[in-house]
Design a binder for this molecule. Structure first.
Ligand code: AMP
Ligand code: MG
Length: 484
Protein backbone atom coordinates (compact mmCIF):
# COMPACT_ATOMS: atom_id res chain seq x y z
CA UNK A 1 0.00 0.00 0.00
CA UNK A 2 2.86 2.41 0.66
CA UNK A 3 5.36 2.03 -2.14
CA UNK A 4 8.62 2.00 -0.18
CA UNK A 5 12.11 1.19 -1.32
CA UNK A 6 15.28 1.25 0.79
CA UNK A 7 18.20 1.93 -1.52
CA UNK A 8 20.15 3.84 1.13
CA UNK A 9 20.12 1.07 3.71
CA UNK A 10 20.86 -1.46 0.96
CA UNK A 11 23.80 0.42 -0.55
CA UNK A 12 25.28 2.49 2.28
CA UNK A 13 25.86 -0.03 5.03
CA UNK A 14 27.59 1.70 7.97
CA UNK A 15 26.06 5.13 7.32
CA UNK A 16 23.07 4.69 9.68
CA UNK A 17 21.71 2.99 12.79
CA UNK A 18 18.30 1.25 12.82
CA UNK A 19 16.17 3.05 15.42
CA UNK A 20 12.52 2.92 16.41
CA UNK A 21 10.36 6.01 16.84
CA UNK A 22 8.91 6.70 20.28
CA UNK A 23 5.18 6.03 20.56
CA UNK A 24 2.94 9.06 21.12
CA UNK A 25 0.36 8.91 23.94
CA UNK A 26 -2.37 10.75 22.03
CA UNK A 27 -1.57 11.32 18.35
CA UNK A 28 -3.66 13.97 16.63
CA UNK A 29 -3.34 15.17 13.03
CA UNK A 30 -2.75 18.92 13.04
CA UNK A 31 -1.93 19.58 9.37
CA UNK A 32 -2.10 17.15 6.48
CA UNK A 33 -0.86 18.01 3.00
CA UNK A 34 -3.57 16.52 0.80
CA UNK A 35 -2.00 17.70 -2.47
CA UNK A 36 1.44 16.32 -1.62
CA UNK A 37 -0.03 13.03 -0.38
CA UNK A 38 -1.88 12.77 -3.69
CA UNK A 39 1.22 13.41 -5.77
CA UNK A 40 3.08 10.74 -3.79
CA UNK A 41 0.26 8.28 -4.40
CA UNK A 42 -0.32 7.69 -0.68
CA UNK A 43 -3.38 5.64 0.29
CA UNK A 44 -6.42 7.30 1.79
CA UNK A 45 -6.28 5.52 5.13
CA UNK A 46 -8.09 8.23 7.09
CA UNK A 47 -6.63 10.94 9.30
CA UNK A 48 -6.64 8.88 12.49
CA UNK A 49 -4.68 6.06 10.93
CA UNK A 50 -2.22 8.49 9.38
CA UNK A 51 -1.84 10.23 12.75
CA UNK A 52 -0.90 6.89 14.38
CA UNK A 53 1.58 6.16 11.58
CA UNK A 54 3.11 9.62 11.32
CA UNK A 55 3.63 9.99 15.06
CA UNK A 56 5.59 6.75 15.37
CA UNK A 57 2.80 5.16 17.39
CA UNK A 58 2.27 2.40 14.81
CA UNK A 59 4.98 1.35 12.36
CA UNK A 60 4.36 2.75 8.90
CA UNK A 61 3.79 -0.36 6.74
CA UNK A 62 6.91 -1.12 4.71
CA UNK A 63 9.13 1.37 6.53
CA UNK A 64 12.59 0.56 7.93
CA UNK A 65 13.42 3.44 10.27
CA UNK A 66 17.07 4.44 10.57
CA UNK A 67 18.95 7.42 11.99
CA UNK A 68 21.56 8.71 9.55
CA UNK A 69 25.11 9.54 10.58
CA UNK A 70 26.71 12.76 9.46
CA UNK A 71 29.28 15.31 10.56
CA UNK A 72 29.36 19.04 9.96
CA UNK A 73 30.93 22.41 10.40
CA UNK A 74 28.75 24.28 12.89
CA UNK A 75 29.48 28.02 12.83
CA UNK A 76 32.87 27.20 11.34
CA UNK A 77 33.85 24.46 13.81
CA UNK A 78 34.08 20.83 12.79
CA UNK A 79 31.88 18.41 14.69
CA UNK A 80 32.82 14.91 13.51
CA UNK A 81 29.86 13.16 15.11
CA UNK A 82 26.43 14.63 14.53
CA UNK A 83 23.69 12.65 12.81
CA UNK A 84 19.92 12.46 13.09
CA UNK A 85 19.46 13.35 16.74
CA UNK A 86 15.75 14.00 16.46
CA UNK A 87 14.95 12.52 13.07
CA UNK A 88 14.43 9.11 11.46
CA UNK A 89 14.50 8.13 7.81
CA UNK A 90 11.61 5.74 7.18
CA UNK A 91 12.62 4.86 3.65
CA UNK A 92 12.12 6.12 0.12
CA UNK A 93 8.64 6.54 -1.27
CA UNK A 94 8.35 5.81 -4.96
CA UNK A 95 5.79 8.21 -6.43
CA UNK A 96 3.44 7.10 -9.23
CA UNK A 97 5.74 8.65 -11.89
CA UNK A 98 8.70 6.68 -10.47
CA UNK A 99 10.39 9.60 -8.65
CA UNK A 100 12.03 8.69 -5.33
CA UNK A 101 11.56 10.75 -2.13
CA UNK A 102 12.80 10.25 1.41
CA UNK A 103 10.13 10.17 4.08
CA UNK A 104 11.62 11.41 7.34
CA UNK A 105 10.22 12.00 10.81
CA UNK A 106 11.47 14.99 12.75
CA UNK A 107 10.82 14.99 16.49
CA UNK A 108 10.17 11.26 16.88
CA UNK A 109 12.35 10.68 19.94
CA UNK A 110 15.95 9.92 20.87
CA UNK A 111 18.39 8.15 18.57
CA UNK A 112 21.99 7.01 19.05
CA UNK A 113 22.98 10.47 17.73
CA UNK A 114 20.90 12.52 20.17
CA UNK A 115 23.79 13.32 22.53
CA UNK A 116 22.07 15.30 25.30
CA UNK A 117 18.99 16.19 23.28
CA UNK A 118 15.53 14.75 23.84
CA UNK A 119 14.93 13.93 20.18
CA UNK A 120 11.67 15.83 20.31
CA UNK A 121 10.27 18.84 18.53
CA UNK A 122 7.79 21.47 19.61
CA UNK A 123 4.51 21.82 17.75
CA UNK A 124 5.49 25.37 16.96
CA UNK A 125 8.85 24.39 15.37
CA UNK A 126 7.18 21.63 13.34
CA UNK A 127 4.51 24.04 12.08
CA UNK A 128 7.14 26.66 11.31
CA UNK A 129 9.05 24.23 9.11
CA UNK A 130 5.78 23.13 7.47
CA UNK A 131 4.79 26.71 6.65
CA UNK A 132 8.21 27.87 5.45
CA UNK A 133 8.93 24.83 3.31
CA UNK A 134 5.52 24.89 1.65
CA UNK A 135 5.87 28.65 1.01
CA UNK A 136 9.29 28.09 -0.56
CA UNK A 137 7.96 25.32 -2.78
CA UNK A 138 5.10 27.59 -3.90
CA UNK A 139 7.68 30.28 -4.71
CA UNK A 140 9.45 27.84 -6.99
CA UNK A 141 12.48 27.31 -4.73
CA UNK A 142 13.85 23.76 -4.51
CA UNK A 143 12.91 22.65 -1.02
CA UNK A 144 12.13 19.73 1.20
CA UNK A 145 8.36 19.45 1.60
CA UNK A 146 6.08 18.84 4.54
CA UNK A 147 3.53 16.05 4.50
CA UNK A 148 2.05 16.29 7.97
CA UNK A 149 2.35 17.57 11.49
CA UNK A 150 0.99 15.24 14.18
CA UNK A 151 0.72 16.46 17.77
CA UNK A 152 1.88 13.68 20.08
CA UNK A 153 -0.17 14.64 23.14
CA UNK A 154 3.02 15.13 25.15
CA UNK A 155 4.76 18.20 26.43
CA UNK A 156 8.35 19.07 25.68
CA UNK A 157 10.52 21.38 27.73
CA UNK A 158 12.16 24.42 26.04
CA UNK A 159 12.72 26.77 28.99
CA UNK A 160 8.99 26.25 29.56
CA UNK A 161 6.60 23.46 28.56
CA UNK A 162 5.35 23.33 24.95
CA UNK A 163 3.15 20.86 23.10
CA UNK A 164 5.26 18.35 21.11
CA UNK A 165 4.75 17.15 17.54
CA UNK A 166 6.28 15.06 14.78
CA UNK A 167 6.86 16.60 11.36
CA UNK A 168 6.84 14.27 8.35
CA UNK A 169 9.26 15.62 5.80
CA UNK A 170 9.65 14.69 2.14
CA UNK A 171 13.03 15.27 0.49
CA UNK A 172 14.84 14.35 -2.72
CA UNK A 173 17.24 12.82 -0.20
CA UNK A 174 18.82 13.67 3.12
CA UNK A 175 22.40 13.50 1.83
CA UNK A 176 24.28 16.54 3.05
CA UNK A 177 27.74 18.02 2.69
CA UNK A 178 28.09 16.73 6.25
CA UNK A 179 27.43 13.16 5.09
CA UNK A 180 30.57 13.38 2.94
CA UNK A 181 32.53 14.99 5.77
CA UNK A 182 31.48 12.11 8.04
CA UNK A 183 32.53 9.45 5.50
CA UNK A 184 35.89 11.13 4.91
CA UNK A 185 36.61 11.70 8.61
CA UNK A 186 35.73 8.21 9.84
CA UNK A 187 36.03 5.79 6.94
CA UNK A 188 38.30 7.24 4.26
CA UNK A 189 38.35 7.13 0.52
CA UNK A 190 36.51 3.88 -0.21
CA UNK A 191 33.49 5.04 1.82
CA UNK A 192 33.54 8.44 0.11
CA UNK A 193 33.61 6.73 -3.30
CA UNK A 194 30.62 4.60 -2.39
CA UNK A 195 28.76 7.70 -1.27
CA UNK A 196 29.71 9.54 -4.47
CA UNK A 197 28.26 6.78 -6.62
CA UNK A 198 25.11 6.61 -4.53
CA UNK A 199 24.62 10.40 -4.67
CA UNK A 200 25.26 10.59 -8.42
CA UNK A 201 22.89 7.75 -9.08
CA UNK A 202 20.21 9.39 -7.01
CA UNK A 203 20.56 13.03 -8.06
CA UNK A 204 22.77 13.41 -11.12
CA UNK A 205 22.63 10.05 -12.94
CA UNK A 206 23.92 11.47 -16.23
CA UNK A 207 27.22 12.20 -14.49
CA UNK A 208 27.82 8.54 -13.60
CA UNK A 209 29.69 8.28 -16.90
CA UNK A 210 32.00 11.18 -16.06
CA UNK A 211 35.73 10.60 -16.33
CA UNK A 212 36.17 11.69 -12.69
CA UNK A 213 32.98 10.96 -10.77
CA UNK A 214 33.85 12.71 -7.46
CA UNK A 215 34.82 15.82 -9.42
CA UNK A 216 31.60 15.59 -11.43
CA UNK A 217 29.65 15.43 -8.18
CA UNK A 218 31.45 18.49 -6.82
CA UNK A 219 30.61 20.40 -9.99
CA UNK A 220 26.96 19.33 -9.84
CA UNK A 221 26.62 20.41 -6.20
CA UNK A 222 28.35 23.76 -6.91
CA UNK A 223 25.83 24.36 -9.67
CA UNK A 224 22.79 23.27 -7.61
CA UNK A 225 23.82 25.34 -4.59
CA UNK A 226 24.68 28.43 -6.67
CA UNK A 227 21.23 28.26 -8.27
CA UNK A 228 19.56 27.71 -4.89
CA UNK A 229 21.26 30.50 -2.96
CA UNK A 230 20.63 32.91 -5.88
CA UNK A 231 16.92 32.17 -5.49
CA UNK A 232 17.07 32.84 -1.74
CA UNK A 233 18.80 36.17 -2.36
CA UNK A 234 16.23 37.27 -4.91
CA UNK A 235 13.39 36.50 -2.50
CA UNK A 236 14.94 37.97 0.65
CA UNK A 237 15.18 34.59 2.38
CA UNK A 238 17.60 34.17 5.28
CA UNK A 239 18.32 30.51 6.03
CA UNK A 240 19.88 31.34 9.35
CA UNK A 241 22.00 28.25 10.02
CA UNK A 242 24.01 27.35 6.93
CA UNK A 243 26.17 24.80 8.70
CA UNK A 244 27.52 22.14 6.34
CA UNK A 245 25.12 19.57 7.80
CA UNK A 246 22.26 21.78 6.58
CA UNK A 247 23.48 21.89 2.97
CA UNK A 248 21.94 19.25 0.73
CA UNK A 249 23.61 17.46 -2.15
CA UNK A 250 20.33 17.60 -4.10
CA UNK A 251 20.21 21.42 -4.01
CA UNK A 252 17.04 21.58 -1.93
CA UNK A 253 16.63 24.02 0.94
CA UNK A 254 16.61 22.00 4.16
CA UNK A 255 16.25 22.49 7.92
CA UNK A 256 13.97 25.42 8.46
CA UNK A 257 15.06 26.40 11.95
CA UNK A 258 15.89 30.04 12.47
CA UNK A 259 15.05 31.04 8.89
CA UNK A 260 12.94 34.07 7.95
CA UNK A 261 12.07 36.39 5.09
CA UNK A 262 13.47 39.90 5.25
CA UNK A 263 11.18 42.64 6.44
CA UNK A 264 13.22 45.74 5.62
CA UNK A 265 16.25 45.03 3.47
CA UNK A 266 19.65 44.95 5.09
CA UNK A 267 22.60 42.87 3.95
CA UNK A 268 23.56 42.52 7.62
CA UNK A 269 20.16 41.16 8.69
CA UNK A 270 20.33 38.24 11.12
CA UNK A 271 17.28 36.69 12.79
CA UNK A 272 18.84 33.79 14.67
CA UNK A 273 19.36 34.31 18.38
CA UNK A 274 22.57 32.28 18.32
CA UNK A 275 24.24 33.99 15.33
CA UNK A 276 25.92 36.66 17.38
CA UNK A 277 28.70 37.32 14.85
CA UNK A 278 26.41 37.58 11.83
CA UNK A 279 28.10 34.65 10.10
CA UNK A 280 24.82 33.71 8.40
CA UNK A 281 23.52 37.24 7.76
CA UNK A 282 21.48 37.75 4.59
CA UNK A 283 24.31 39.22 2.54
CA UNK A 284 26.81 36.57 3.69
CA UNK A 285 24.89 33.65 2.22
CA UNK A 286 26.68 33.38 -1.16
CA UNK A 287 30.08 33.56 0.58
CA UNK A 288 29.09 30.99 3.19
CA UNK A 289 27.77 28.75 0.45
CA UNK A 290 31.19 28.82 -1.20
CA UNK A 291 32.87 28.15 2.15
CA UNK A 292 30.61 25.12 2.59
CA UNK A 293 31.49 23.87 -0.88
CA UNK A 294 35.18 24.05 0.07
CA UNK A 295 34.33 21.66 2.87
CA UNK A 296 32.66 19.33 0.38
CA UNK A 297 35.75 19.57 -1.82
CA UNK A 298 37.99 18.73 1.16
CA UNK A 299 35.95 15.61 1.81
CA UNK A 300 36.12 14.62 -1.87
CA UNK A 301 39.68 15.58 -2.74
CA UNK A 302 41.35 12.25 -1.99
CA UNK A 303 38.85 10.49 -4.23
CA UNK A 304 39.23 13.17 -6.91
CA UNK A 305 43.03 12.93 -7.12
CA UNK A 306 42.92 9.14 -6.96
CA UNK A 307 41.30 9.28 -10.40
CA UNK A 308 43.68 11.92 -11.76
CA UNK A 309 46.24 13.93 -9.86
CA UNK A 310 45.79 16.85 -12.28
CA UNK A 311 42.13 17.21 -11.22
CA UNK A 312 43.28 18.83 -7.99
CA UNK A 313 43.60 21.95 -10.15
CA UNK A 314 40.19 21.38 -11.75
CA UNK A 315 38.60 21.27 -8.29
CA UNK A 316 40.36 24.48 -7.32
CA UNK A 317 39.14 26.24 -10.49
CA UNK A 318 35.59 25.08 -9.79
CA UNK A 319 35.61 26.70 -6.37
CA UNK A 320 37.39 29.82 -7.62
CA UNK A 321 34.66 30.13 -10.22
CA UNK A 322 31.84 29.83 -7.72
CA UNK A 323 31.39 33.60 -7.34
CA UNK A 324 30.89 34.11 -11.07
CA UNK A 325 28.59 31.09 -11.29
CA UNK A 326 26.48 32.39 -8.42
CA UNK A 327 26.31 35.92 -9.89
CA UNK A 328 25.16 34.53 -13.23
CA UNK A 329 22.27 32.75 -11.49
CA UNK A 330 21.46 35.79 -9.39
CA UNK A 331 21.25 38.23 -12.28
CA UNK A 332 19.33 35.74 -14.38
CA UNK A 333 16.76 35.52 -11.59
CA UNK A 334 16.73 39.26 -11.04
CA UNK A 335 16.02 40.26 -14.65
CA UNK A 336 12.39 39.09 -14.69
CA UNK A 337 11.87 40.65 -11.25
CA UNK A 338 12.87 43.96 -12.85
CA UNK A 339 10.78 43.32 -15.95
CA UNK A 340 13.77 42.73 -18.20
CA UNK A 341 13.32 40.34 -21.08
CA UNK A 342 16.79 40.68 -22.60
CA UNK A 343 20.28 40.40 -21.10
CA UNK A 344 22.84 43.19 -21.00
CA UNK A 345 26.23 43.20 -19.30
CA UNK A 346 25.23 46.15 -17.13
CA UNK A 347 22.31 44.28 -15.55
CA UNK A 348 24.45 42.92 -12.72
CA UNK A 349 25.58 46.43 -11.75
CA UNK A 350 21.99 47.70 -12.06
CA UNK A 351 20.82 45.01 -9.66
CA UNK A 352 23.66 45.62 -7.22
CA UNK A 353 22.91 49.35 -7.27
CA UNK A 354 19.28 48.64 -6.40
CA UNK A 355 20.24 46.59 -3.36
CA UNK A 356 22.78 49.20 -2.26
CA UNK A 357 20.16 51.95 -2.54
CA UNK A 358 17.52 50.15 -0.47
CA UNK A 359 19.90 49.22 2.36
CA UNK A 360 18.31 50.35 5.62
CA UNK A 361 15.24 51.85 3.90
CA UNK A 362 12.81 49.75 5.99
CA UNK A 363 10.86 48.99 2.81
CA UNK A 364 9.17 45.59 2.96
CA UNK A 365 11.42 43.63 0.60
CA UNK A 366 8.66 41.76 -1.22
CA UNK A 367 6.34 44.77 -1.53
CA UNK A 368 9.10 46.88 -3.02
CA UNK A 369 9.24 44.76 -6.17
CA UNK A 370 5.46 44.98 -6.54
CA UNK A 371 5.81 48.76 -6.14
CA UNK A 372 8.41 48.83 -8.93
CA UNK A 373 5.86 47.16 -11.22
CA UNK A 374 3.18 49.63 -10.12
CA UNK A 375 5.53 52.53 -10.83
CA UNK A 376 5.57 51.62 -14.51
CA UNK A 377 2.03 53.00 -14.71
CA UNK A 378 1.91 55.34 -11.73
CA UNK A 379 5.37 56.85 -11.78
CA UNK A 380 8.18 56.95 -9.21
CA UNK A 381 5.98 57.91 -6.26
CA UNK A 382 4.61 54.36 -6.10
CA UNK A 383 8.14 53.31 -5.08
CA UNK A 384 9.00 56.36 -3.00
CA UNK A 385 5.95 55.74 -0.81
CA UNK A 386 7.50 52.47 0.39
CA UNK A 387 10.77 54.02 1.57
CA UNK A 388 11.94 55.77 4.73
CA UNK A 389 13.57 58.38 2.51
CA UNK A 390 11.14 58.70 -0.42
CA UNK A 391 13.90 59.97 -2.73
CA UNK A 392 16.33 57.13 -1.99
CA UNK A 393 15.64 55.23 -5.22
CA UNK A 394 15.07 58.19 -7.52
CA UNK A 395 18.44 58.04 -9.29
CA UNK A 396 18.36 54.29 -9.57
CA UNK A 397 14.79 54.40 -10.91
CA UNK A 398 15.86 56.76 -13.71
CA UNK A 399 18.65 54.35 -14.70
CA UNK A 400 16.17 51.49 -14.65
CA UNK A 401 13.77 53.44 -16.87
CA UNK A 402 16.60 54.07 -19.35
CA UNK A 403 17.38 50.35 -19.38
CA UNK A 404 13.71 49.47 -19.90
CA UNK A 405 13.47 51.93 -22.79
CA UNK A 406 15.84 49.70 -24.74
CA UNK A 407 13.25 46.90 -24.61
CA UNK A 408 10.00 47.59 -26.40
CA UNK A 409 7.19 46.31 -24.17
CA UNK A 410 3.83 47.71 -23.19
CA UNK A 411 4.14 48.92 -19.53
CA UNK A 412 1.03 47.02 -18.42
CA UNK A 413 2.34 43.85 -19.98
CA UNK A 414 5.69 44.35 -18.30
CA UNK A 415 4.08 45.01 -14.93
CA UNK A 416 2.05 41.82 -15.23
CA UNK A 417 5.20 39.82 -16.00
CA UNK A 418 6.90 41.32 -12.95
CA UNK A 419 3.96 40.52 -10.71
CA UNK A 420 4.09 36.93 -11.89
CA UNK A 421 7.56 36.49 -10.33
CA UNK A 422 7.53 38.96 -7.41
CA UNK A 423 5.51 37.48 -4.56
CA UNK A 424 2.84 39.49 -2.83
CA UNK A 425 2.48 36.98 0.00
CA UNK A 426 5.41 35.46 1.88
CA UNK A 427 5.33 34.19 5.49
CA UNK A 428 6.11 37.61 6.94
CA UNK A 429 7.54 37.38 10.43
CA UNK A 430 4.78 39.13 12.35
CA UNK A 431 2.14 36.94 10.65
CA UNK A 432 4.09 33.73 11.21
CA UNK A 433 4.73 34.54 14.86
CA UNK A 434 1.05 35.31 15.48
CA UNK A 435 -0.08 32.12 13.69
CA UNK A 436 2.31 29.94 15.68
CA UNK A 437 1.35 31.54 18.99
CA UNK A 438 -2.31 30.87 18.24
CA UNK A 439 -1.54 27.27 17.22
CA UNK A 440 0.27 26.58 20.49
CA UNK A 441 -2.79 27.91 22.29
CA UNK A 442 -5.00 25.50 20.33
CA UNK A 443 -6.35 27.78 17.59
CA UNK A 444 -5.22 26.59 14.15
CA UNK A 445 -7.34 29.05 12.14
CA UNK A 446 -4.64 31.76 11.68
CA UNK A 447 -2.08 29.14 10.66
CA UNK A 448 -4.42 27.48 8.17
CA UNK A 449 -5.27 30.83 6.62
CA UNK A 450 -1.64 31.97 6.38
CA UNK A 451 -0.66 28.64 4.85
CA UNK A 452 -3.42 28.97 2.24
CA UNK A 453 -2.33 32.53 1.42
CA UNK A 454 1.40 31.79 1.01
CA UNK A 455 0.64 28.67 -1.02
CA UNK A 456 -0.43 31.03 -3.87
CA UNK A 457 2.12 33.79 -3.46
CA UNK A 458 1.68 35.77 -6.66
CA UNK A 459 -2.08 36.23 -7.06
CA UNK A 460 -3.81 39.07 -5.20
CA UNK A 461 -6.97 37.91 -3.45
CA UNK A 462 -9.76 40.02 -2.01
CA UNK A 463 -9.79 40.18 1.76
CA UNK A 464 -6.11 39.20 2.05
CA UNK A 465 -4.66 42.73 2.02
CA UNK A 466 -3.28 42.41 5.55
CA UNK A 467 -1.10 39.52 4.34
CA UNK A 468 0.62 41.69 1.72
CA UNK A 469 1.73 44.43 4.11
CA UNK A 470 5.00 44.68 5.96
CA UNK A 471 5.23 44.54 9.71
CA UNK A 472 3.32 47.38 11.42
CA UNK A 473 5.77 50.00 12.66
CA UNK A 474 6.70 49.37 16.24
CA UNK A 475 6.76 45.58 15.77
CA UNK A 476 9.71 44.30 17.83
CA UNK A 477 12.64 42.88 15.84
CA UNK A 478 12.00 39.29 14.88
CA UNK A 479 14.13 36.65 16.61
CA UNK A 480 14.20 32.95 15.80
CA UNK A 481 15.63 30.12 17.84
CA UNK A 482 17.61 27.18 16.58
CA UNK A 483 16.63 23.63 17.44
CA UNK A 484 13.30 24.69 18.87
P1 AMP B 1 19.72 21.42 13.43
O1 AMP B 1 19.85 22.68 14.20
O2 AMP B 1 18.32 20.93 13.29
O3 AMP B 1 20.46 21.46 12.12
O4 AMP B 1 20.41 20.31 14.33
C1 AMP B 1 21.80 20.26 14.61
C2 AMP B 1 22.12 18.93 15.26
O5 AMP B 1 21.55 18.87 16.56
C3 AMP B 1 21.61 17.72 14.50
O6 AMP B 1 22.54 16.69 14.62
C4 AMP B 1 20.33 17.41 15.22
O7 AMP B 1 19.95 16.06 15.08
C5 AMP B 1 20.67 17.75 16.67
N1 AMP B 1 19.48 18.13 17.44
C6 AMP B 1 18.79 19.26 17.36
N2 AMP B 1 17.74 19.27 18.21
C7 AMP B 1 17.79 18.10 18.87
C8 AMP B 1 16.99 17.49 19.90
N3 AMP B 1 15.90 18.09 20.42
N4 AMP B 1 17.35 16.27 20.34
C9 AMP B 1 18.43 15.64 19.83
N5 AMP B 1 19.22 16.14 18.88
C10 AMP B 1 18.90 17.36 18.39
MG1 MG C 1 20.24 20.19 10.64
Amino acid sequence: MLNFDHSLTRELDGFFTPTEAAAAPAPRMVVWNTALAGSLGLPDAGQEQWARWLSGTEAVPGSQPVALAYAGHQFGHFNPQMGDGRALLLGELIAPGGARFDLQFKGSGPTPYSRNGDGKSTLSAALREYLMSEAMAALGVPSTRSLAVVATGEGVWREEPHPAAVLSRIAASHLRVGTFEWAAAHHGRAAVERLVDYALNRHFPKRLNARNRPLALLEAVCEAQAALVAKWMNLGFVHGVMNTDNVTISGETIDYGPCAFLDGYSAAQVFSSIDKGGRYAFGQQPLVCRWNLYKLASALIEAIVAVDEADNEAARLLLDGFGARYEAHWVQGLRPKLGLTSAEDGDLALGQALFAAIEGQQADFSRLFRALAASLGEGYDAVGAELTDPAALKVWWTHWQARLAREPLDPADRAARMDAVNPLYVPRNHLTDAALRAAEAGDMAPFDKLLAVVSQPFTPRAGMEAYSHGAPSGTPGHVTYCGT
